[in-house]
Design a protein around this ligand. Structure first.
Ligand code: AMP
Length: 356
């Protein structure tokens, strides 16, 4: 186990809002953070000790980054898994390891892996060309969601299909790339489970938020979820199994569909802190960002107990983020990511409201 004491230097690959919030959490632990990102003025850079600007395959810059850091983590799912291996080979530890990242980056591999460890994903079929789509759709019950195997997030690279859909159009929509077709799931609600696992294998599991999406993008997470104690316990068990099976270090999020009979199907997992865990900063002693940093730095994990009922709302685009002042006077806690440039639907902040 490698323990990084206060005063240590933690590297974060990626410069987005998750890196920004991880960096602020690391600062509370007495760490300095160096960001590695392709862009010079990222929102994570602006709250961190230093930034190295470089591409994720620039070996010279990555070597400089690795040599400056005591330990490295990442905040962005589309960093090549080979980048993590390159850094590890130089001799700087990276948590979580590349096995988790590599698996989550390919929806087909991810689903096969989940199946292999006894976590049922939505029924799916491999799609290598437009001609595979209609036969698979029939087998999956006539309604489905076509998703690119790689590079998809927040509903991007996806097309909804039914018997009347044109498979060639759908194939074009997702960019004519290898894909999976998932059965369309008539779920009752969506939840997620956030598991923190330390280098010693000990876990802390946060309560399961209920998540509302619109157009594939998360709108809000509410605690407690309106689910049975049985479903809550089952979700936590699946999250624990996932983290153990990956020998994971850090925070991992497992997104689940809750079916009308209370059973659970996995949607996907993310090997990083997660949008559906933003509420933890106000509702728990130690939120997901600091908990992740504790795991990465070899510190003992904090209890994940939730003290209050709470709702997290995403602030999407300029219209939502412009409400920060009203949210503040209403007693909510707006968190503004200070991204350069707005854009419709872009995640620009979030707001936590304590319900009781
Ligand atoms: P994803 O980017 O794959 O997490 O999908 C974003 C959202 O789209 C999910 O959170 C669901 O609300 C919805 N969705 C994704 N896959 C399915 C599915 N197979 N059936 C029904 N809804 C889905």
């Amino acid at each position: 186990m490698k323990k990084i004491a206060p005063g240590g230097i933690v590297g974060i690959l990626g410069g987005g809002q998750l890196g920004r919030m991880m960096s602020m959490a690391a600062a509370r632990m007495g760490m300095d953070v160096v960001i590695y990102a392709p862009e010079a003025d990222s929102c994570a850079s602006r709250v961190s000790a230093d930034t190295i600007v470089g591409a994720y395959d620039d070996e010279t810059k990555l070597t400089e980054f690795a040599s400056r850091c005591d330990v490295i983590t990442f905040e962005f799912e589309n960093i090549p898994a080979s980048t993590l291996d390159f850094i590890e080979n130089i001799g700087t530890s990276v948590f979580p390891k590349s096995n988790a990242l590599g698996c989550s980056q390919d929806r087909l591999k991810e689903k096969e892996f989940l199946n292999s460890i006894g976590i049922a994903p939505a029924p799916f079929a491999r799609i290598d060309g437009a001609e595979d789509i209609m036969p698979a759709l029939q087998k999956l019950g006539g309604k489905g969601v076509l998703k690119s195997r790689t590079d998809g997030y927040d509903g991007k690279g996806q097309a909804r299909l039914d018997g009347a859909s044109d498979p060639v159009e759908a194939w074009k929509t997702i960019g004519q790339v290898p894909a999976v077709l998932e059965a369309f799931i008539s779920f009752e609600r969506e939840i997620s489970v956030l598991v923190a696992r330390g280098q010693d294998g000990k876990v802390q599991i946060y309560d399961t938020p209920e998540n509302d999406h619109s157009g594939g993008i998360l709108k809000s997470s509410t605690l407690p979820a309106n689910i049975s104690e049985q479903a809550r316990a089952a979700a936590k068990k699946l999250g624990h199994k996932l983290a153990d099976s990956l020998d994971y270090v850090g925070v991992v999020a497992l997104e689940l569909f809750v079916m009308p009979d209370g059973s659970l199907l996995a949607n996907e997992f993310a090997p990083r802190v997660h949008n559906t865990g933003h509420w933890t900063e106000e509702a728990c002693l130690i939120g997901q960002f600091e908990q992740h940093m504790r795991a990465v730095c070899g510190w003992p994990l904090a209890p994940a107990e939730r003290f209050v009922d709470i709702r997290m709302d995403n602030l999407l685009g300029d219209s939502d983020i412009s409400t920060w002042e009203g949210l503040s006077s209403d007693g909510a806690a707006p968190r503004v990511y200070a991204k350069r440039g707005g854009g419709e639907g872009r995640k620009l902040g979030h707001s936590n409201t304590i319900l009781s």
